[in-house]
Design a binder for this molecule. Structure first.
Ligand SMILES: [Zn+2]
Length: 67
């Protein structure tokens, strides 16, 4: 299910996660698998992605909210 990016946060290991409007986190580096996206490393890059949509697999699987 497509969900809008609300914000970005670092996880405990220092990996960036997108906070989605549905209440789920999604690791940005997992899409595509195991590739770090350069834009996520700068605040400008992250800000430019806020409001865009990501496919939320957790929604598709009816998983409870992360936050
Ligand atoms: Zn979701």
């Amino acid at each position: 299910m497509k969900q809008k990016v609300h914000d970005f946060e670092l996880d405990d290991e220092g990996h960036w996660m997108a906070k989605l409007s549905c209440g789920h986190y999604q690791h940005v580096r997992h899409d595509p698998p195991l590739r770090v996206r350069e834009w996520v490393l700068t605040s400008e890059g992250r800000l430019s992605r806020v409001g865009q949509e990501l496919n939320c697999i957790k929604c598709d699987n009816d998983q409870p909210r992360d936050f």
